[in-house]
Design a protein around this ligand. Sequence first.
Ligand SMILES: [Fe+2]
Length: 358
Amino acid sequence: MFRNLKAVGRVLYGRNSFDQLDEVMGELRVNEDSFVLFLVDEYFEGKELMKRIPMHSQDILKIIEVKEEPKTKIVDEIVAEVKSLGKGNPVSVVGIGGGSAMDYAKATRLMFTNEGSSAQYQGLDFIKNKGVHCTVIPTISGCGAEVSMTTVLTGPVKKLGIKGNYTPADQLLLDPELIKTVPEPQRFYTAMDCYIHNIEALNGHRKTVMGDSLGHESLRLCREIFLSEDSRTSENDEKLMIASYLGGLSLTYSEVGACHAISYGLASVTGVHHGEGNCIVFNQLEEFYPDGVKEFRAMMKNNNIDLPVGFNANRTPDEIEKMIDVSLTLIFMWAHVCGPDWQKIITRDKLRGLLMKM
Ligand SMILES: [Fe+2]
């Protein structure tokens, strides 16, 4: 059986297209009480972009903390707070920021129309009611959250995405101007999330022609950007935004692999940011992706990036074992990498050896 996949609804793309946001929201404001809920990455507090958000007097804007991964508790709090105002549901929940801000928007919008806590819906296809309209506006590129069917959430019991046909955003706004000021090395690490998505999607048992075609084009853009003399030109910003979009789509038709499976384990203990964690892990995966790792190192060198050294040097044996436990739960990823008999290849000893090298 093939899954009848749902992609993001409408895509507004172009330099300074952010200035059209009021027009896009205008189509949704059916009466004068209609309000929009803006969830904005804390990075923009006090910055110029805040003044450009087309707020109407009845709209609500919340600053979103992104130092830690999105939490079900915060999703629930935002929804409860907005509901308590008695204004009804927003006509759109707009996430402006990185993967966390976008994931918060994608999750929050679902909880206006589904009862209980968002923690009840972690997993595949648990959401039964369509959410309110959702708009995502990336301001850093690479993670692919702008197109993905998943919103990654940490709950009281587990870290697991809400995934299903109701999860993708309804509206995507891609404005390359918005990623111009992202500081390094976050920009590089997040962009490498995209590069790694492509390498993983293209190398495994679950790959498809659809996923490959999107992944190859995304990979070509990544190479053009990060092997060029200056990766931070406005043309390269635009290419990066599109590489992230295509890379995210490519995953919909394939799967991530060894780097993500180990990186989730690493993050579960250390809380390392997804992009940085992936880079630390990928750098040790020559045996899985020899050409990709070689090229990744060339990109790091070309962009003067130094990865943290001895990241796991002081971990306790218990912490390493916990990382292995989490990594081994990601059976779809490992089956993509090694096939149905992956358990014969991916042993605890192998994972321990890799983690200790990081
Ligand atoms: Fe990723």
